[in-house]
Design a protein around this ligand. Structure first.
Ligand code: GRF
Length: 218
């Protein structure tokens, strides 16, 4: 068993398939993070139900707050009360302010469905198809105030096939997302991924994590 598991909160807004992948990975005795809290902006999100079923503490981030500042002060208080050390954004559909992101600097991760810095923002799969790229994928990165930017922890690559639709490509990318997010949280929670001059340096990693991702998905 990992000696001290890092208390991790996962913030979602919907489906929660990445949350599920993180929860599954965290079941391993030697995984360095514990999913201690799951917060959703939607009370009826499937991800929230899965977390509840697993006995994880959950909460709904109501939109009742009049201002973004109030919303974030509440979020900050909830995270602090639960002694959260790492926050994972997984399909969390709210943009966090610079003030919040700076307060949690180097402790928030996000997963984005493209090979950043290509295609930040929405509709990444149709944009990748329109651009004619041969490879596409997903990125886990530390969060900075600029949306979909920040030091990259891991990336997963998939081929783009000539008859792909955005939906087919999204599904292929999602499968790689489910592999790289648990890997990235493992690297960060274990202290093997450190930020130096806005790049992530890995230590005590035998092969590059990406090497293990080049094999076909399970
Ligand atoms: C994923 O594609 C993720 O990269 C993006 O939002 C989607 C969330 O999917 N940020 P899920 O809720 O984890 O299934």
């Amino acid at each position: 068993m990992a000696e001290t598991k890092k208390k991790t909160a996962v913030l979602i807004s919907g489906r929660g398939s990445n949350l599920e992948a993180l929860m599954k990975a965290a079941e391993a005795a030697d995984y360095p993070a514990e999913i201690a809290l799951v917060l959703s902006t939607k009370g009826d999100s499937p991800g929230l139900r899965h977390a509840k079923d697993k006995g994880i503490v959950t909460g709904v981030l109501h939109e009742k707050w009049e201002t973004k500042t109030e919303f974030e002060l509440n979020l900050d208080a909830v995270l602090q009360d639960a002694a959260v050390e790492i926050v994972c954004l997984a399909g969390f559909m709210r943009i966090l302010s610079k003030r919040f992101v700076d307060a949690w600097r180097d402790r928030i991760l996000n997963i984005h469905p493209s090979l950043l810095p290509l295609f930040p923002g929405l509709n990444t799969h149709s944009r990748a198809l329109a651009a004619g790229v041969r490879f596409h994928g997903a990125t886990v990165h530390f969060v900075r105030a600029q949306v979909d930017a920040g030091p990259i922890v891991t990336q997963g690559v998939v081929p783009v096939l000539s008859d792909d639709t955005p939906e087919v490509l999204a599904d292929r990318v999602l499968r790689v997302e489910h592999r790289i997010y648990p890997l990235a949280l493992d690297l960060v929670a274990s202290g093997r991924a450190k930020i130096r001059e806005e790049r992530v340096l890995l230590s005590d990693v035998e092969a590059t994590p990406e090497a293990s991702l080049l094999s076909p998905p399970d």
